[in-house]
Design a protein around this ligand. Structure first.
Ligand SMILES: [Zn+2]
Ligand SMILES: [Zn+2]
Length: 93
């Protein structure tokens, strides 16, 4: 016997999530208002302060660099680290 019911089978009939919010500064598009506001707060117009220690990949968000390291470099050793350029000679005031 099965207690599980197939819920959400009608998901396919929903309209596709559209990118409703776009940044007026850099024209990026986001599906959620919270994502856009996070972009405005942490990314837009900001110098990318975090950099991968193995390559020149940079992002304003540390999580993006961590994700890049995992997906792009995989399980390398020694472990790549995220460099915080704020404390380097990057010229951020
Ligand atoms: Zn922007
Ligand atoms: Zn990298």
């Amino acid at each position: 016997m099965s207690l599980l019911k197939a819920a959400g089978a009608e998901t396919g009939s929903l309209p596709r999530q559209r990118e409703l919010y776009n940044c007026l500064t850099c024209d990026r598009k986001y599906s959620y208002k919270t994502t856009l506001s996070r972009h405005l707060k942490f990314e837009c117009g900001k110098a990318p302060r975090f950099q991968c220690s193995l390559c020149n990949y940079r992002s304003a968000q540390k999580n993006n660099v961590l994700r890049h390291i995992r997906s792009y470099h995989g399980a390398l050793h020694p472990s790549p680290t995220v460099l915080d350029l704020t404390y380097t000679n990057f010229g951020i005031v």
